[in-house]
Design a protein around this ligand. Structure first.
Ligand code: AHR
Length: 487
């Protein structure tokens, strides 16, 4: 058994974890929307006017702060007017990226209804690649304007007299690739044009630019010199686990996946540096990671990017959130890909059946971190050297809210439990509010719609020893301990 010494400096807690770091992403892809979220009113699967009820119930529990839609690559192939008005009159289009028909049954109003049902804030991504500034601007007017205009009257006639108040607007998606194969300079020109009209239409809209690697980000922001005020945030994407099998991976491949967290960290560091360099006292360009997660070899266009999600995904998610907390000063949102049935999903469905993935449970466990301030934390414990890199096998992240601290722990070791002693210099532990752990004997274990209860959190036994926290964390585990501190 490894022993781990943790020091949590609650007195020096710094940047706040923006709740939107726990955001999500749903695209018209495979069975994410159709089958996963929307089944239609005539389905035998229980639904509320077409919205799948078991999915709604599951996601409502997570209180996801924000949900990005309609893509992804689909966003630059989507024309929002196709998805409003009587459903039987909506056109069927070709979803060119995911090689499927698009009935447009699920459009803006259905998405807003879904967001209201699960208690999340909508984040829309406008079409730059095959759209124009007026199409994007009119979508914003349709959604947000409080004036009486033809568009807002149309919104009311379509069932929503009150504006949707959509705050976050992405201007294109991966415009270096599926969003138009643009150069950063060309995208910067288009971005200025789109952003000018969106900003004019709604000064409160948060405008989000498509980011990329360091060079793309630099060249894009060079192209925006003097117009940086039009960029509230740059959004980058980072997928991990390419080439690995979703379930039958070897232990060494699992440990290799953990090193991908460091690669994502470097991507964020580079992007954050560029954002900081181009920010001024008056206007800060913030950072978003609006697509991330695992992408295994089973997730192909043919499979609708469907893959299983095992405990490895939970460990990967836990470590990634710890890394995101370290970027809290710059990072204002992340959106894992994708919510239902696609990539590192929260929920998987098969016909009328549904299961919650281990990743779902990480979102659930980590809820107390939202809006807390990150406390500097030192962890001394067992590590592994892989490809010349040292990976700590036990990771701890702590956030402070008033007199309470949320301490999440990940034991990535597949063999050994670890004996953790966490102290809070300058404070002591008065009470343990709650303690839960997600673990399984085999890292490859996973829930399926047919066997949904293989993995779920259970109570974790923790003790207070001389004002510190003492806990034995099983191998292959993600845990959350909420504590109350005293001086
Ligand atoms: O999430 C799947 C796809 O990955 C998205 O559509 C695209 O933006 C990215 O390449």
């Amino acid at each position: 058994m490894g022993s781990v010494d943790v020091q949590i400096e609650v007195g020096n807690a710094g940047a706040k974890v923006e709740p939107n770091i726990y955001g999500h992403f749903a695209e018209h892809l495979g069975r994410c929307i159709y089958g996963g979220i929307w089944v239609g009113e005539n389905s035998s699967i229980p639904n509320d006017n077409g919205l799948r009820l078991d999915t709604v119930e599951a996601l409502k529990q997570l209180e996801l702060p924000v949900l990005r839609w309609p893509g992804g690559c689909f966003a630059d192939n989507y024309h929002w007017r196709d998805g409003i008005g009587p459903r039987d009159k909506r056109p069927t289009r070709l979803n060119i990226w995911w090689h499927q028909g698009e009935s447009n049954a699920f459009g803006t109003h259905e998405f807003m209804r879904f967001c209201r049902a699960i208690g999340t804030e909508p984040y829309l991504c406008a079409n730059v690649g095959s759209g124009d500034p007026e199409e994007a601007r009119s979508w914003l007017e349709y959604c947000n304007s409080t004036q009486v205009t033809s568009l807002t009257k149309e919104r009311a006639a379509n069932g929503d007299p009150e504006p949707f108040g959509v705050k976050h607007w992405g201007i294109g998606n991966e415009n270096w690739g599926c969003g138009g194969s643009m150069t950063p300079e060309h995208y910067a020109d288009l971005y200025r044009q789109f952003a000018t009209y969106l900003d004019g239409c709604d000064r409160n809209a948060v405008l989000i630019a498509c980011g990329g690697g360091q060079k793309w980000n630099e060249r894009f922001l060079d192209g925006l010199k003097g117009y940086e005020h039009l960029v509230d945030a740059i959004a980058v994407h980072h997928y991990s686990g390419h080439g690995l099998p979703d379930v039958t991976y070897e232990d060494r491949q699992y440990y290799g996946l953990l090193t991908a967290v460091e690669a994502m960290n470097r991507h964020l560091e580079d992007a954050a540096r560029v954002c900081r360099e181009r920010s001024s006292e008056r206007h800060q360009v913030k950072l978003i990671m609006d697509e991330w997660g695992t992408w295994y070899r089973e997730a192909t266009v043919e499979s609708g990017l469907r893959q299983e999600s095992t405990m490895a995904d939970a460990i990967f998610a836990g470590l990634s959130f710890h890394m995101f907390h370290r970027h809290a000063a710059d990072l204002v949102m992340t959106n894992m890909a994708q919510t239902v049935n696609v990539l590192q999903a929260l929920v998987l469905t098969a016909g009328p059946k549904l299961c919650l993935t281990p990743t779902y449970w990480v979102y659930d466990l980590f809820k107390p971190h939202r809006a807390g301030q990150v406390a500097p934390t030192t962890v001394r414990g067992p590590s592994l050297t892989l490809g010349g890199r040292v990976i700590g096998l036990c990771s701890v992240s702590a956030t402070v809210t008033g007199k309470e601290a949320a301490v999440s722990l990940v034991n990535a070791d597949l063999e050994s439990a670890c004996e953790v002693r966490a102290s809070f210099p300058g404070s002591s532990l008065a009470q343990v509010k709650s303690a839960r752990v997600l673990t399984s004997a085999n890292v490859r274990d996973h829930n399926t719609p047919e066997s949904p209860d293989v993995i779920a959190p259970t109570a974790l036994d923790v003790k207070i020893a001389e004002g510190a926290l003492a806990v034995t964390l099983p191998a292959c585990a993600v845990a959350m301990v909420e504590v109350v501190l005293s001086d």
